[in-house]
Write a protein that binds this ligand. Structure first.
Ligand SMILES: [Zn+2]
Length: 94
């Protein structure tokens, strides 16, 4: 697919989603500060922003549109493979 912002060819999207982070909070006696560990992020999947991996511009897409964009590339790839196979078949003929 082509990024609508930078017009570069991209084969993936960066997705940012909100959610909750759970972690363990404790007092680190050795370092003398409050520390956190075992952070675990759980996405709520509600708010999502899609970015172009090349220009990092926010793309105005919803979930469905983003999926369609990613799928489109696969269809193109399949078409190319199909074409290549046809050419190969022709060349294999005596
Ligand atoms: Zn871009």
């Amino acid at each position: 697919m082509i990024c609508p912002k930078c017009k570069e060819k991209i084969d993936s999207l960066r997705q940012v989603s909100t959610g909750t982070e759970e972690c363990e909070m404790f007092f680190n006696k050795k370092e003398n500060w409050i520390d956190w560990k075992n952070e675990e992020f759980k996405s709520d999947g509600i708010v999502r922003i899609f970015y172009c991996p090349k220009c990092n511009e926010e793309l105005d897409l919803n979930d469905e549109e983003a999926e369609e964009m990613l799928k489109e590339r696969d269809e193109l790839k399949e078409l190319v493979v199909e074409k290549l196979n046809k050419i190969k078949e022709k060349n294999d003929m005596p």
